[in-house]
Design a binder for this molecule. Sequence first.
Ligand SMILES: CCCCC/C=C\C/C=C\C/C=C\C/C=C\CCCC(=O)SCCNC(=O)CCNC(=O)[C@H](O)C(C)(C)COP(=O)(O)OP(=O)(O)OC[C@H]1O[C@@H](n2cnc3c(N)ncnc32)[C@H](O)[C@@H]1OP(=O)(O)O
Length: 201
Amino acid sequence: MSGATASESPGRPGLKPPPDAALPVRHPGAPAPGELLGAHYDQCFGCGEGQPHGLHLESRAGDGVSVTAEFTVQTAHQGAPGLAHGGVLASALDETLGSLNWLLQVIAVTGRLETDFVRPVPVGTTLYLRAHCRAVAGRKIYSTAEGRIGAPDGPVAVRAEALFLEVKLNHFTDNGRPEEIQAAMSDPDQVKVARAFEVNP
Ligand SMILES: CCCCC/C=C\C/C=C\C/C=C\C/C=C\CCCC(=O)SCCNC(=O)CCNC(=O)[C@H](O)C(C)(C)COP(=O)(O)OP(=O)(O)OC[C@H]1O[C@@H](n2cnc3c(N)ncnc32)[C@H](O)[C@@H]1OP(=O)(O)O
C-alpha cells in the first residue's frame, strides 16, 4: 500500500464530505422537477445531441438537488460480447452526476469518480440512472449515483460516488483545443448555456 493511500480516509479517499460541509441548495433559477435539462454542449460524449458516438443521455431534474437519466446500451458500447463496457457505464454515471451541477448552477468538473460494478449490463438494456448531491464544501461538491437495470426500481447494476470541483469558464477556454472553443464561442446557444452558469461573467 502506498503512503498516499494510507494517509487518506479508508474506503472512499477524497469522497467523504468534511464535518463543516453544508447541505446542497437548489438554485432558485434551476429547472423545475420533471423538466429535461438539455445538453450542456452539443458535442459532449455523454449528452450531446450532435455527437454521433455519444451516449445521448437525457437528464431530468428531480426534487432537491437530484436528477434522473436514461441510457440504452448500444452495440458500440460493448466490452465483452453482448455486455456494456465498464468505462462506458462510468461515463454514463459521470454525466448524470455532472448534470446535478445545473441544479446548483455551478460550473464544475469531475475530480474523482469511484464506481462499483455490481451486475453485468447487457446490450439493449436501458439503464435508469439517479443521482443526488450530498454536500458542498467551498468549491467541492460531493455527489452519488446509481443505475438500475430495465426499470427505475430494477436491480442495481452500477453505483458511483464523486467529487466535483467548481471551476470558472476559463477552465475550458484556457485548456480546450482552440478550434472547438472558437466554435463554441460563436454558437449563440452554447454562449447562452455558459452564461446561465456564470453569475458574474
Ligand atoms: C463559451 C465556451 C463555453 C465552454 C463551456 C460550456 C459549458 C459549461 C457548462 C458545463 C460544463 C461542465 C463540465 C462538463 C460536464 C460534464 C461532463 C461530465 C463531467 C466530466 O467528466 S468533467 C471532465 C473530467 N474532469 C477533468 O477534466 C478535471 C481535470 N482536473 C482539473 O482540471 C483539476 O485537477 C481540478 C479543476 C479538478 C482541481 O484543480 P484546482 O487547481 O482547481 O484545485 P486544487 O488542485 O487546488 O484542489 C482544490 C481542493 O480539491 C481537492 N481535490 C482536487 N482534486 C481532487 C481529487 N481528484 N480527489 C480528491 N480531492 C481533490 C484538493 O485536495 C483541494 O482540497 P483542499 O482545498 O482541502 O486542499
